[in-house]
Design a protein around this ligand. Sequence first.
Ligand SMILES: C[S@@+](CC[C@H](N)C(=O)[O-])C[C@H]1O[C@@H](n2cnc3c(N)ncnc32)[C@H](O)[C@@H]1O
Length: 354
Amino acid sequence: MADETTEIRNNARLAILELANMISVPMSLNAIVRLKVPDAIWQSGSNVPLSASEILARALPTGDPENLQRILRMLTTYDVFSEHIADGSSERKYSLTEIGKTLVTDGEGLSYAAYVLQHHQDALMKAWPILHEAVVDPKEEPFVKANGEPAYSYYGDKSEMNELMQKAMSGVSVPFMKAILEGYNGFKGVERLVDVGGSAGDCLRMILHKHPHVREGINFDLPEVVAKAPNIPGVTHVGGDMFESIPAGDAIFMKWVLTTWTDDECKLIMRNCYEALPPGGKMIACEPVLPKESDRSHRTRALLEGDIFVMAIYRAKGKHRTEEEFKQLGLASGFPHFRAFYIDQFYTVLEFQK
Ligand SMILES: C[S@@+](CC[C@H](N)C(=O)[O-])C[C@H]1O[C@@H](n2cnc3c(N)ncnc32)[C@H](O)[C@@H]1O
């Protein structure tokens, strides 16, 4: 090609090599979580830069410091660690960046580490090499083709997968709920609140703590999920299937549920919510909402990457949606009023009112 040696062409070759090797990034992230590297660096709470050998001494009885250092060095380029090389020394030391700190276990035993582990379990990983099958035949998702059954029923049989899922959801939801409880006041006047797909009940626990007028919380999820949920004062765990019926409440909260399902399934869930609400009652959904136009921002990438995760694992035609698409789902399910609140970078609060 005539422009084979131009800078543009060189940059393109570099960019495609970076993309082709991209699997090294999530797998290295998974490796440092499995090795508990973030907790090892943070052990004293001081985030003092440590060499790979020093980190290893805290994390494992034995291991190969050079290989750990190679993983840390690469993740430094994605801003998970900061690299420190003292003048005149060849030794590299690593501390945690703000991104790295999201993987450190907090006082409540939570972090984003469980989410990283949850996404890279064997059964989920088996779906990725056949992602193209979602284009060839969207009736069956790659996860089902790889494992023989849908993800939620697959988790249901395996207590360690269910527990990891709950821990992952808690780790992601708790920081988000802190943000929305600061910036959103739509729970006014609600006394009985139902959380549909509420997992371990963390969202309700936090809402009840912030709004004591919500006297009763109903945490509604699959029977095998609520069976493992902890006791929370004011919260009743109810097992069931949201596609059949949803317990009645003054308002319904639902976070990170609609995204997983097809348009027809969302309409069924939302119609069941409509039935469970009094006139004027609100369904408050928190979901990733796509921008109309795609761009290269971290936000858009995180949202679009999550969209492909849903395609591979949950529903080939489940998806991340735009605000307009959510509004149309609401109208089709009977909700005449709709408002969106952009409080958090990842989740948008969507109010559907009966
Ligand atoms: C992505 S998780 C979100 C959990 C929680 N709302 C949060 O944001 O942390 C989706 C939840 O939907 C629940 N779920 C899946 N199918 C369901 C069904 N048919 N009926 C009720 N809940 C269901 C799952 O068990 C899971 O807890």
